[in-house]
Design a protein around this ligand. Structure first.
Ligand SMILES: Nc1ncnc2c1ncn2[C@@H]1O[C@H](COP(=O)(O)OP(=O)(O)OP(=O)(O)O)[C@@H](O)[C@H]1O
Length: 298
């Protein structure tokens, strides 16, 4: 069992043909709004979004509250469908792919994952294998899993530092433990693409670092493609290959962190002054908020 499960894609029928030649995602001229709001003349939540996500890169999506980050992630996961424009996954139009094929390729870690049922951590992580289950002989009693599935789940629990919680009910976890459980479940899914919404929001410093380092390693060594929605501009700057900055549903700018993270762009997009200097180790932009009332030296 490996993190990137090529067999599953082949069995899923068709995505393998585009795997080498195409970007992980091609988003072209996408307009999106929710539900019935179109008939009420509501504005678009996303407008004319055009973007590529290269295979094996970490793309950060940043922007102010309500700028459309989570909505864009939902479109990439096919949890919502744009009214205009096209999204292609490894060169195949997303709207033509079944949810099952998408789930065999793309794993999603949502912003909050409320847990209704007291499954154990181990069971929850194992559920990541569900899209890859064999059609014959599975049952609702988790009768479908085999040794490889269990090994993948165990490996992911060790990676996310939750092996000691394997027997605990997910309803009884702290916010950070639950977040790490959801990331472990996504890794167990052996995706080619991992979509994460605020993955470090509940995590302490050590686990923030651990997850960023793990994602970087999976991208570099296994060709995993990662899209991270985050409010943490420093995380985006230090760990993402490229950053897409949204403003009011549009892509204001996209590029390497050093191109995107400027005082001028952040002032325009966020409406506030920031201090930017070079991170002492990486040399990449480091963003700091000035103290209110102190003289500002941008
Ligand atoms: N289910 C929904 N139905 C209707 N409108 C929605 C829904 N979800 C989000 N919106 C609206 O879409 C817009 C974009 O929301 P979205 O959650 O994508 O922004 P965001 O950039 O992720 O915000 P935040 O940083 O606050 O999480 C907002 O105006 C929001 O109110």
């Amino acid at each position: 069992m490996t993190w990137i499960d090529h067999t599953a894609l082949t069995e899923a029928g068709g995505l393998e043909a585009g795997l080498v030649a195409h970007p992980a995602y091609t988003v072209g001229g996408v307009h999106f709004r929710y539900g019935q709001s179109r008939s009420q003349g509501e504005p678009w939540v996303l407008r004319d979004v055009t973007l590529e996500v290269a295979q094996g890169e970490i793309l950060g999506i940043v922007g102010p509250n309500g700028s459309g980050k989570t909505s864009l992630l939902k479109l990439l996961a096919k949890l919502a469908v744009p009214q205009e424009g096209e999204i292609a996954l490894f060169g195949r139009p997303l709207r033509g792919l079944s949810h099952e094929v998408v789930a065999q390729t793309v794993a999603v870690v949502p912003q909050d994952s409320p847990q209704m049922f007291p499954f154990t951590v181990a069971e929850t992580v194992l559920m990541g294998r569900f899209p890859h289950r064999r059609r014959s002989g599975w049952s609702l009693g988790f009768g479908w899993e085999d040794g490889d599935d269990c090994q993948a789940a165990s490996q992911a629990m060790v990676t996310m530092d939750i092996a000691h919680l394997a027997g605990r009910a997910v309803t009884d976890l702290s916010g950070g433990e639950r977040q790490r459980t959801m990331i472990a479940r996504a890794l167990t899914q052996a995706p080619r693409v991992l979509l994460l919404d605020e993955p470090t929001a509940f995590l302490d410093l050590q686990h923030q670092l651990g997850i960023c380092a793990t994602l970087r390693r999976l991208c570099d060594e296994r060709g995993l493609t990662v899209v991270i929605v985050s409010h943490d501009l420093n995380l985006a700057s230090q760990y993402c290959d490229r950053v897409a900055m949204l403003r009011a549903g549009q892509v204001r700018t996209v590029g390497a962190p050093a191109e995107v993270m400027s005082v001028e762009v952040l002032r325009e997009v966020y409406g506030c002054e920031v201090l930017i200097d070079a991170h002492p180790q990486s040399g990449l932009p480091r963003i700091t908020l000035p103290r209110q009332g102190m003289p500002f030296r941008g």
